[in-house]
Design a protein around this ligand. Structure first.
Ligand code: H2B
Length: 93
């Protein structure tokens, strides 16, 4: 999987409001009504991630989930991160 250029990253992020760019990753904090909603969303995302063979780094505290996406095999951001971010957004609404 090819690393995205800075221009490609910027273009993708236009369609992903709420996601911010880190050094080699994108990040977003999701907030839910309560723990059950947060963990339910994580379970749904986990199935998608496994199907994509692309897995998030994330941290859950009660109703909040902090997510960081990066493609470890590529040492940076690829299209897979953008696809997973979009799927996470879709499942959170
Ligand atoms: N997830 C993420 N985020 N980045 C990867 O490079 C990655 C992954 N690689 N999930 C996959 C698994 C790889 O390690 C396995 C061996 O297919």
């Amino acid at each position: 999987m090819k690393k995205l250029s800075n221009a490609e990253i910027a273009e993708h992020l236009k369609a992903l409001p709420g996601w911010e760019l880190g050094e080699d990753r994108i990040k977003r904090t999701f907030r839910f009504q309560d723990f059950v909603e947060a963990f339910g969303w994580m379970s749904s995302v986990a199935l998608v991630a496994e199907r994509m063979n692309h897995h998030p780094e994330w941290r859950n505290v009660w109703a909040t989930v902090e997510v960081e996406l990066s493609t470890h095999d590529a040492g940076g951001l690829t299209k897979l991160d953008m696809e997973l971010a979009a799927k996470m957004d879709a499942l959170s609404g």
